[in-house]
Ligand binder design. Structure first.
Ligand code: SF4
Length: 299
């Protein structure tokens, strides 16, 4: 096992992408000039393309895609600056040409974890095989079960069940669920589904407002908090940073970590943003670390 080391105000962080092990030596003081300059994690929208039409999708609808050579160069630069992982999304990352090759190139050229979030409907046995050894964790989007899923995602539920079974043979994976009026009543079923298919985590994503939807209502948000607060066995829970987590007993892995040290996002036009919902950012030029510093300077 080869651990990657990241230094920050939180201490010395050891990470192994193969096992997913994280160890924080928070009793070890680190001088500010030794802090790893890269964000701990970068999410990347490789493309805006996606054949689904989820009402609550926040991905821009204009055509855009990143150059794979640029993405690889950014990954190498971030790796040297202490970034621990890159996560691909979109749009739908599996709709990106040369997706498997890009994942493989980054895994070969860096010690970062390579992950992606997918609707799963493009996964075939051959495509899944092409990702073997190239990715370390996958997130599969499953909003509700059976007819609820089919109404929200417009695809057969059986197809996403097949995708879960393919992913189970590929790498550790989690289930992502957008929580809204249509899914909040099915969280027990979704958690059971996640456990049954062998997922290691259920990530709850309270629906965010978009041009087409108002986001999760206060009533449904309260129901989500109640559901999470009820102890249950089974799959580990996680929740996106949308404000709701403040009402929950969430474990802070790196207490006090600044949001821009934790995570940044590159959209499909090459703009570096604090997160995927942020309205402003800075274009990435030849060096992504220059853009990281520019974004930090603007805070
Ligand atoms: S699958 Fe994801 S990217 Fe595609 S439309 Fe739905 S939310 Fe948007």
């Amino acid at each position: 096992m080869t651990c990657k080391i990241r230094l920050s105000a939180c201490g010395v962080h050891l990470f192994d992408r193969t096992s997913g092990m994280n160890v924080l030596l928070d009793e070890v003081p680190v001088a500010a000039e030794q802090f790893s300059p890269a964000p701990r994690y970068l999410s990347v929208a490789l493309t805006n393309a996606c054949e689904l039409h989820c009402l609550y999708c926040y991905a821009p609808k204009h055509a855009a895609a990143l150059n794979p050579q640029n993405v690889l160069a950014w990954a190498v630069e971030l790796d040297a600056a202490g970034c621990l992982g890159v996560g691909f999304g979109g749009g739908e990352p599996t709709a990106y040409r040369r997706f498997s090759q890009l994942c493989s190139d980054i895994t070969q050229s860096t010690s970062m974890a390579v992950t992606f979030t997918t609707h799963g409907h493009r996964l075939t046995p051959d495509f899944t095989e092409s990702l073997r050894g190239a990715v370390h964790f996958v997130r599969l989007s499953v909003d509700g079960i059976g007819p609820t899923y089919e109404r929200l995602r417009g695809k057969p539920f059986a197809s996403v069940v097949r995708a879960a079974s393919l992913l189970a043979s590929l790498a550790p994976f989690g289930i992502n669920t957008v929580v809204n009026a249509g899914t909040v009543d099915e969280l027990d079923d979704v958690a059971r589904f996640a456990a049954d298919v062998g997922a290691s985590e259920l990530l709850l994503l309270p629906e965010q407002p978009t041009a087409s939807t108002p986001g999760i209502s206060e009533v449904d948000a309260r129901r989500l908090v109640e559901w999470v607060s009820t102890p249950r066995a089974g799959v580990r829970l996680a929740i996106s940073r949308t404000g709701l987590e403040a009402a929950l007993p969430v474990a802070e892995a790196l207490p006090g970590e600044h949001p821009l040290d934790a995570h940044m996002h590159v959209d499909a036009t090459g703009i570096l943003r604090p997160h995927a919902y942020a309205s402003a950012g800075t274009p990435v030029g030849a060096s992504i670390m220059d853009a990281v510093q520019a974004l930090r300077g603007a805070r």
